[in-house]
Design a protein around this ligand. Structure first.
Ligand SMILES: C[C@H](O)[C@H](O)[C@H]1CNC2=NC(N)=NC(=O)C2=N1
Length: 97
């Protein structure tokens, strides 16, 4: 079982996560791609990583935009797993981690 992050740990982690904000107690990021194929290709890559991690995003795709929220349902809050998945998503999206 994963422990909820402390406020300090979360603030430090967020500083190292370009593009991510805290929204409704979840990590949140919106990504826009050149078209639907790029957006869905990205989602497919994230899905494979998420399944490998057994940690799954809440997300919404409208055409070329993908909005992602991360939380750990089992812990009812944010944990290291959310930070890890956000970092993996940034790598796949082509942003430095
Ligand atoms: C039974 C299974 O391992 C759990 O339900 C996993 C699956 N994926 C998950 N994903 C997320 N985001 N949070 C969880 O708590 C979680 N739990």
């Amino acid at each position: 079982m994963f422990e909820k992050l402390t406020e300090d740990a979360l603030a430090a982690a967020l500083e190292a996560l370009p593009g991510w904000v805290l929204r409704e107690n979840k990590l949140h990021r919106v990504l826009t791609f050149v078209d639907f194929v790029e957006a869905f290709g990205f989602m497919t890559q994230v899905a494979l990583v998420a399944e490998r991690m057994n940690h799954h995003p809440e997300w919404c795709n409208v055409y070329k935009t993908v909005a992602i929220s991360l939380t750990t349902h089992d812990a009812d809050g944010l944990t290291d797993k959310d930070i890890e998945l956000a970092q993996a998503i940034n790598r796949l999206a082509g942003y430095p981690v």
